[in-house]
Design a protein around this ligand. Structure first.
Ligand SMILES: *Cc1c(COP(=O)(O)O)cnc(C)c1O
Length: 340
């Protein structure tokens, strides 16, 4: 039995999702004539209480489009040092928008309002880049699936208002945060100027992300999506998967979180595990005591047992629970860990 814990993106569509996809009504979405894409965008906008939503092929593209919407070349955005937009989007911030990142040394991928305030360049000091955007990530991926304190998000909104900054949420795993913290999409829709959410992670879709914002912003975003080459034709097949996932795969994320915590406990019990980082949601980050074995050796030993996990660099290892990680796999993994 292959147990793949490399990422929550490794999931394959369930039978129910496939059935929904195969029976989708489709049209050419580049002409805005795909009824299922239109239905998804309307559903998502309503869910978040935002004016408008736009369907994209990836979360990188939604984030990059949002950054382009909020900034002009030469300007600067503020994000945590672990931010996906800074670390894992191929340098797109500078390539696509000509913008630099001011990195905040936050806590597991989260920042405080004070740290954000301190990172703002004074707008009248023309020697430094003009700060125009704050981007936060919930859950924070590299931080270990960290959930933000909503009050801190509110405090940062206030800072953005006072300094006339855009406020973007990279919510690739916002679903995980909302389920864990018992928060609602409406709360987030009210707080942020733009929100990006992924459908291809915890929700189990094969492809797709959504960008949410005002009607005017999405009218601009569709041009940026065109420039990035992200217009899709009969994408209603993918939108049908997304609608199915929103209806069926959100609440169950608590199961992924429970299993991640149990994996964390099993790892903590092992003498060769040096450290397990706090587990808020579905991501487990841990370190091996290299006087016992190297992290590469540990990864390979698991691989021999058909268990796949991934290194994050600097000796950190990661396991991610997801829709295709079943109870049987979970019991098998815990058995192997106990016997190690
Ligand atoms: C996965 C991810 C994205 C987008 O990734 P794509 O693979 O382009 O869909 C953005 N932000 C975070 C935090 C992510 O984990």
């Amino acid at each position: 039995m292959l147990i793949n814990l490399i990422s929550d993106t490794v999931t394959k569509p369930t039978q129910g999702m496939l059935d929904a996809m195969m029976s989708a009504a489709v049209g050419d979405d580049v002409f805005k004539e795909d009824p299922t894409v239109n239905a998804l965008e309307e559903k998502a906008a309503k869910l978040f209480g935002m004016e408008s939503a736009l369907f994209f092929p990836s979360g990188t593209m939604t984030n990059q489009t949002a950054i382009k919407l909020h900034t002009q070349p030469g300007e600067q955005l503020i994000c945590d040092k672990y931010a996906h937009i800074y670390n894992y989007e191929g340098g797109g911030v500078s390539f696509n928008s000509g913008v630099s990142c001011r990195l905040v040394d936050g806590d597991r991928g989260t920042m405080t309002a004070e740290q954000v305030t301190a990172a703002i360049n004074p707008p009248d000091f023309y020697h430094s880049p003009l700060t125009t955007l704050v981007s936060i990530e919930n859950t924070a991926n590299k931080g270990g699936g960290t959930c933000w304190d909503f009050n801190e998000l509110l405090a940062i909104r206030k800072v953005c208002d006072e300094h006339n900054l855009g406020y973007h949420l990279d919510g690739a795993r916002l679903w995980n945060a909302m389920v864990e913290m018992k928060e609602t999409p409406l709360q987030y829709g009210e707080l942020f100027d733009t929100i990006s959410v992924c459908l291809s992670k915890g929700l189990g879709c094969p492809v797709g992300s959504l960008l949410l914002g005002t009607k005017v912003q999405m009218e601009k975003a569709i041009r940026i999506r065109k420039i990035f080459g992200g217009g899709m034709r009969q994408s209603g097949f993918l939108a049908a998967a997304a609608i199915y996932a929103l209806d069926n795969h959100v609440e169950r994320l608590v199961d992924d979180h429970k299993r991640a915590k149990e994996i964390g406990e099993a790892l903590s019990a092992k003498s060769f595990v040096k450290k397990v980082e706090p587990i808020d949601t579905n991501i487990v980050i841990f370190e091996i005591d290299e006087s016992f074995m190297t992290s590469d050796q540990f990864v390979n030993r698991l691989k021999e047992k058909e268990i796949l996990i991934i290194g994050m660099g600097q000796g950190k290892l990661r396991m991610v629970t997801h829709l295709d990680y079943t109870d049987d796999m979970h019991n098998e993994l815990l058995k192997h860990l106990a016997a190690f």
